[in-house]
Structure formats: structure tokens, C-alpha cells
Design a binder for this molecule. Structure first.
Ligand code: HEC
Length: 186
């Protein structure tokens, strides 16, 4: 009988300790958890709607299957203008329209399909809802517009840490880092 009482007491003591540990680590976890980036939804659209197929992950564009996509880093467009460009595409270029019924159910740049004629922009492979277009415009403004050359940190933020796609940016950064390390050592 004695033994089982001791055993029981030990069991209670251990489970109390475990409970305390769990609550401590839980508190530490909630403190260190960073709030989600509000533009994550827009980043998701940027990937899913394949904006990056033409504009590249960094937005600098270049030759894609839709012709030379303009640099979204250098764009002068406002949020509203970006929303319109994505919704309606750009007549006479490879920039597709992403809203179902553009130039049919709704006019774009005051044009219907017949007015646009051979300037009619291509239809996107994926249609987007207005909220998704606003999200992608917010993403472009927060992470792409007005940024300089793409960096390693931006690349890993886009693709995730350790992504080999980003190594090309790493090697560019290395000489500068080595230089700094050398200076610090002197
Ligand atoms: C099929 C290729 C293609 C895809 C996909 C594409 N674009 Fe474009 N985009 C272009 C091209 C080409 C242009 C350049 C139009 C021109 O020459 O005026 C452009 C232009 C733009 C512009 C205008 C930039 C400026 O400064 O005038 C914006 C904004 C834009 N794209 C955003 C997006 C977003 C956001 C997506 C995804 C939802 C997307 N694009 C998907 C090809 C593409």
C-alpha cells in the first residue's frame, strides 16, 4: 500500500511539472510568433495567377511568353491603376485581363471587344475575383514597386529559406560580405 501511495504522489508531481513546462513553452511560443504578413494573400495570387511567369518573382519582368513584361519595380502606377491593369489587361500588349467578362459584360477603358478589335488583350489562364486583384495590387505596392535590384533576402522571403533558386543572388552578395569581414578583422 505504501509503495503505491508514493508512486501516486510521484506521478502527480511529474504531471504537474509537465503541465507547467507545456504552459511555459506555450507562452514563449506565442510571444515569439510573428504576425502574418497581411500581403501574403496577394503573394499567393501573384504565384497562382502566374504574374511571376511574365514579370518574374522579383517583378523586374523581362522576356516571357507574353512579350516583354514591364518592370513592376519601376512602375509609376497607383494602386487603383494596377487594379485596372490587372482587371482589363493592356490593349495591344501581352498583358492579359483577369476579370471574367471584361470587354463583354463590362467595358474596359470604355471599350467592348468590338471596339478593341485587334488590340484586344489576351484572356488570362485564371480569372480573379475583385478582392484577389486588390490583394495582388497591395502585394505589388508593398513588396515590388519602388524597390531596387532584387536581393537574396527578398528571394528567400519569396521562395522560402534555403531555396536554391536564390543562390544566384547569394554569390553576388558574397564579395561584399567578404570585404566587410576583412575590414572588421583589420
Ligand atoms: C502573359 C504574360 C503576363 C502575365 C501572366 C501578367 N502580365 Fe502583367 N504585363 C505583361 C506585359 C507584356 C506587360 C507590358 C504591357 C505594356 O507594354 O504596356 C505587363 C504590364 C503590367 C502592368 C503595368 C506596368 C506599368 O508600369 O505600366 C502591371 C501593373 C502588371 N502587368 C501586373 C500584373 C499582375 C499583377 C499580374 C498577375 C495577376 C500580371 N501582370 C500578369 C505580361 C503579363
Amino acid at each position: 500500500m505504501k509503495i503505491s501511495r508514493i508512486y501516486l504522489a510521484a506521478l502527480i508531481a511529474v504531471s504537474c511539472m509537465v503541465a507547467t513546462l507545456i504552459s511555459i513553452s506555450g507562452a514563449a511560443f506565442s510571444q515569439s510568433a510573428t504576425p502574418a504578413d497581411p500581403t501574403d494573400a496577394g503573394k499567393h495570387v501573384f504565384q497562382r495567377a502566374n504574374c511571376m511567369g511574365c514579370h518574374k518573382w522579383h517583378g523586374n519582368g523581362g522576356g516571357g511568353y507574353g512579350g516583354d513584361a514591364l518592370s513592376l519595380r519601376q512602375t509609376q502606377l497607383t494602386r487603383e491603376q494596377i487594379v485596372e491593369t490587372v482587371s482589363c489587361g493592356r490593349p495591344g500588349t501581352g498583358m492579359p485581363f483577369f476579370v471574367r467578362g471584361s470587354y463583354d459584360a463590362t467595358k474596359c477603358y470604355d471599350m467592348l471587344r468590338k471596339d478593341a478589335g485587334d488590340q484586344m488583350p489576351p484572356e488570362a489562364n485564371v480569372f480573379l475575383r475583385p478582392s484577389e486583384i486588390e490583394a495582388v495590387a497591395d502585394y505589388v505596392i508593398a513588396h515590388i514597386k519602388g524597390k531596387g535590384e532584387p536581393t537574396y533576402d527578398e528571394c528567400t522571403a519569396f521562395f522560402g529559406n534555403g531555396s536554391r533558386v536564390c543562390n544566384v543572388y547569394k554569390t553576388e552578395a558574397k564579395p561584399a560580405e567578404a570585404e566587410q569581414a576583412k575590414k572588421a578583422a583589420q
